[in-house]
Design a protein around this ligand. Structure first.
Ligand code: TXA
Ligand code: MG
Length: 318
């Protein structure tokens, strides 16, 4: 069936596919997801297969309202409740103790489950019509660049999904911020589309995963991830680099001089939101240029810059 526009009719078709155990790629405000019925273990198993994702890496459940999302948790700390009220629908995923209804394949056997309410009208319509939570990782091959357009999904997953819903380019462009709790303290598991500063305003200072003694980790936040096929090297803006037809350049705000296979500028005005939205699209384009090496400029580490630097560091890991 391939790729179709996210019209009301096609969303209805996609929802029937999900209810029948199928797998559908769909847009969210962050990146495209590869969705299946989150309460159907066999359907979730197909998501792992299509992505080539290891079974130890749990999935995020997507719901269409905070009230329904809460039912997937068995316990919700007060600070988490505040975050839900403030930021859902939006690019925030909460990891909390799971309800009995959540299958083990979704959580990879963990006692916690990751849940979010996406801020994308097509995604919300799909979840509502399906009438159940949709389990969805990003719709890319495991470890590779995340998809911010339906074309990115088609390129990596081809005929894997039963249907790809095309809702245009995603607005935020990096994955959701993942937060869990250690007692009443928020713990940052993955920086993402919701700046940590905004979360801390509501829930207080956050601990960093891994730095907090026994604070939990996201099993899927592997050192090497989000990687283009070319080798990615992080550089400082203005740093001298080799030019040439086998090199590509990802600039933050200023185009570099000299000849490269391809050059992308994330935001001419140095705006971190605009840069995050452009990040994966630019990396897909630089990967397609055939360059062996991609130089990527460092960006400021605050706001959305934290998520951008996280993705660049993982893409450059050996
Ligand atoms: O924006 C997003 O979050 C996108 C869209 C599609 O919603 N989804 C996404 O999913 O990025 P994925 O599967 O690519 O990344 C989910 C991350 C993984 O690193 C996984 O290990 C972590 O969430 N995760 C899921 N359940 C967890 C749990 N119970 N405890 C800790 N980490 C968990
Ligand atoms: Mg992913």
């Amino acid at each position: 069936m391939g790729t179709v526009k996210a019209t009301a009719g096609n969303i209805k078709k996609a929802a029937s596919l999900i209810r029948a155990g199928g797998v559908v790629a769909f847009p969210t405000e962050t990146v495209y997801g590869l969705g299946a019925d989150g309460l159907n273990p066999e359907a979730c198993a197909r998501v792992f297969e299509i992505k080539g994702r290891p079974r130890f890496d749990p999935l995020i459940l997507h719901e269409c309202s905070a009230a329904r999302a809460r039912k997937l948790f068995s316990r919700v700390p007060g600070a988490a409740l505040k975050l839900m009220n403030e930021f859902w629908p939006g690019p925030l995923t909460l990891v909390l103790p799971k309800a009995a209804s959540v299958p083990d394949i979704v959580t990879a056997g963990l006692k916690t489950v990751a849940v979010r309410v996406p801020a994308n009208r097509h995604a919300l319509a799909l979840i509502k019509a399906a009438g159940r939570p949709i389990a969805a990782p990003s719709a890319n091959r495991f470890g590779r660049l995340s998809p911010t357009s339906a074309a990115h999904v088609g390129k990596q997953l081809g005929g894997g999904p039963d249907l790809i819903l095309d809702g245009g380019k995603t607005r935020i462009g990096v994955e959701s911020t993942i937060i869990t709790f250690s007692g009443s303290r928020p713990v940052l598991l993955r920086p993402g589309g919701l700046p940590l500063e905004e979360i801390e305003k509501i829930a207080g200072p956050a601990l960093k995963a891994g730095k907090a003694g026994k604070a939990p980790l996201a099993p899927g936040c592997l050192k090497k991830h989000y990687a283009p096929r070319a080798r990615l090297e992080i550089i400082t803006p203005g740093q001298a680099v080799k030019r040439g037809a086998d090199r590509a350049y990802l600039a933050f705000s200023k185009r570099p001089a000299g000849k490269f296979a391809a050059v992308k500028v994330l935001s001419r005005t140095g705006d971190l939101r605009e840069a995050a939205a452009a990040l994966f699209g630019a990396l897909h384009a630089l990967e397609n240029s055939g360059a062996r090496v991609i130089y990527a400029e460092r960006v400021p580490g605050h706001g959305l810059g934290r998520a951008i630097m996280d993705r660049l560091k993982r893409a450059s890991a050996k």
